[in-house]
Design a protein. Structure first.
Length: 308
């Protein structure tokens, strides 16, 4: 049996010193109750040579990496495991340039590995929330006032997002966050997200943006008006949106400090990464590492990433 309580990069390197140990650990995590065929979960499985298995019902061969982020990879699992530990343990994430240096791969390879890892972060997003929920939107993109004159976007003020991407965030008090990239922050788009991820009967706290109007049919909808100095509302002192606004501050600080540029088409992957880190904030580093490995059954092809 392996030690699962990793406290440092050194322990990751020494524990997974060769490919076979990585394979054995992955099998231990994914198939604790027995090997399961990725082609037919009801099928009997035969063990073959070279770490392969055969699905009786389909006749297809597979291994523990089949249909996971590691499927058909040419990169050693030792580097994958180290990359996952670095990504999940860093408070603000890690850039593809830094990751490439740390595990000795090209920047292109480091970027692709990060995108595959980010695709698995969605396991902590899209959670149904209940209780006291704070809702707010943010807009990802640089500030217009900080751009050179020839790059400024006309009419970009207030809630205009001609050059930005809106994200809706929902945070449960003392709990998890769900965050979704949306087309706009109009009523139909915004409320679709709220109704999907907030359990009926919850207390919903949001600002006075009219996109939230009409939600009182499902929730105890409370509105706060954010002024320059304080909130204005007619409720108790526990009615505020401090938690979701604090979460957005963390997200933007991470994005600014770690990533030079995030394209609109890949933004949800970065949001999922932030959500994973936020929701696992009270877990030890080894738990963050093991939970992602356990849920690594999402395969992302390079051609899909560059063409989507």
């Amino acid at each position: 049996m392996f030690n699962t309580n990793f406290k440092s990069v050194i322990e990751i390197i020494t524990t997974f010193s060769d490919e076979q140990k990585c394979i054995q650990y992955l099998e231990q995590l994914r198939w604790e109750n027995g090997v399961v065929s990725p082609f037919d979960v009801t099928s009997k499985v035969y063990k073959c040579k070279g770490g392969r298995y055969r699905c009786k019902n389909t006749g297809k061969y597979f291994n523990v990496k089949t249909d996971t982020m590691f499927d058909n990879t040419k990169i050693e699992l030792q580097k994958w495991f180290l990359a996952i530990y670095l990504v999940t343990s860093h408070k603000k994430g890690i850039s593809s340039i830094q990751l490439a240096k740390d595990i000795d791969v090209t920047q292109k390879t480091g970027w692709f590995m990060l995108q595959r890892i980010r695709a698995c972060f969605q396991i902590e997003n899209y959670t149904e929330l209940e209780g006291i929920i704070e809702a707010d939107e943010t807009f990802y993109g640089g500030k217009n006032k900080n751009r050179h004159a020839d790059k400024k976007v006309k009419g970009n003020h207030g809630r205009s997002f001609k050059d930005k991407v809106p994200i809706v965030g929902l945070v449960q008090r003392n709990g998890k966050i769900t965050a979704v990239v949306v087309k706009n922050t109009q009523k139909d788009e915004l409320q679709t997200v709220v109704r999907k991820y907030v359990k009926k009967g919850s207390i919903l706290i949001a600002d006075d943006w009219n996109g939230y109007n009409g939600l009182n049919d499902h929730y105890d909808h409370r509105t706060v008006k954010d002024t320059a100095n304080h909130y204005i509302h007619s409720y108790d002192g526990n009615t505020h949106t401090n938690n979701i606004e604090g979460a957005w501050k963390l997200f933007k600080n991470s994005a600014r400090d770690m990533y030079n540029n995030v394209s609109k088409k890949h933004l949800q992957l970065y949001v999922d990464e932030f959500v994973y880190r936020y929701n696992m904030r009270n877990n030890i580093e080894s738990d963050k590492f093991n939970w992602l490995l356990f849920n690594s059954g999402i395969r992302t092809k390079y051609v899909t990433l560059i063409n989507e």
